[in-house]
Design a protein around this ligand. Sequence first.
Ligand code: MSP
Length: 511
Amino acid sequence: MKTYYITTPIYYVNDVPHIGHAYTSVACDMIARFMRLDGYAVKFLTGTDEHGKKVATAADASGIAPQDFVNRVSQNFQELLIAMNFSCDGFIRTTHANHITAAQALWEKISDNGYIYLDTYAGWYAVRDEAFYLEADLVDGKAPTGAEVEWLEELSYFFALSKWQKPLLDFYETHPNFIAPLSRRNEVMNFVKSGLRDFSISRTSFSWGIPVPGDPAHVMYVWFDALTNYISAAGYPDIEGERFYNVWPADLHMVGKDILRFHAVYWPAMLMSAGLSPPKKVFAHGFWTNAGHKMSKSLGNGVDPFALIEKYGVDPVRYFMLSEIPFGHDGDFLHQSMVNRLNSNLSNDLGNLVQRSLSMIAVNCGNQLPVFGALTAEDNTLLDQANKLIDIVRPLIVGTQALHKYCAEIWNVVRAANQYVDYQAPWALKRTDPARMQTVLYVLAETLRCVGILLQPVMPASACKILDALSVPQDKRSFSSLSVLDALTPGTYFPDPEPIFPRMIDEVADA
Ligand code: MSP
């Protein structure tokens, strides 16, 4: 079985999760579920980034020892996984012993290869971003992100990034799909072309981090530690045998645009210095704002994913996030947009289609899928559209990660099916031509089968309800069953249909 290794960034545990965090993970979950249904052995990794000054400061502020603090906050992210129905196969915490061993082993390897040296760092640092800045980067005395900066002057180990400028540019040239979307690739390439500086990878002024091997007065820079998670979860430094190379290089690191540089410049250079291959792809998605404002801890305006799930249900929340904005672009979160989209796409389009098709089968055919007669051009057009959907959406997941287009393509079929019902009017055929009514209802059920199977990565529980309502056996729900060979069998018993997507009340938007 082919493997597919996909990762989320590991989340800082300085604060509770907001929808920005849920977003990176829901995108990965959709892709992971798609790949599993498409026949891959998927490894889907997520976790928490628990060291560094930012987390240490948050622990300090709450008066709790750092380890107890990170245990508690990491738990919130693990609860989010369950609430959002994420199908991760691994949850890594950077305070775990195996990760610490891996980060130290990677350090030693890079050091043995001559890419780490000791010097003095003097420059600006933003704790909020956990990033170093040059004097020239500052805007009105702050980081370009708006974060406060502090002056640092300390003995530090450095990573010789400057030696990797040419190899990185060569790598980007020979791997044109390594950074996506294309606009981000251009940005990164221009950054690397403008020259790379060695960067500081250890700190002595605080201790909440992984000790540097052979020099425990230093702890590792949190990004050196954090990036290593992607290989520590794959078994590094144990790279003998199959386990490691079964999954490494990772197929996809999904990240927000704010952390692309760490993943597309620092990380491949670190890996190459250790003699390891870079990941196959890094995709940088956009940012959500809350009613036009950047979500931040200081403004306390992060949209709470748990509250959204409570109000709207997990599948509608997933569907909204995945379909509302072109994946890769920024978007604004508004309750009203959510209510509108859920009412129009879920309740009106899909919900009605399922409800009216299945009720007609229940009422007119005694809960049994009817036999069909000769198929008309309209029947074949709709069935073809449903059968060919997988070939249209696969490249959107595997190639371009155009997750919103995946949803849009499914909805094209849903809308076509609704037009088909309106035009065929099976309720009228019941009197005039009952055999034709049966054919129309069969075509609708079969279309819904394809829609249900393809909806599983987006709305797993609702798709499952649709497939249950069509009595599709569990072992016929993967993409290999999208073929006409696994089409529904006339005579199959269907349970009484139940509404799947209730209409959202608009007042919810004002709550
Ligand atoms: N700990 C680092 C990642 C280390 S990976 C080796 C980190 N953590 S984070 O918690 O700040 O962010 C995690 C993810 O959430 C990133 O992909 C980030 O882009 C994403 N988001 C945080 N806020 C966001 C929005 N407002 N909108 C969309 N995604 C956002 O960075």
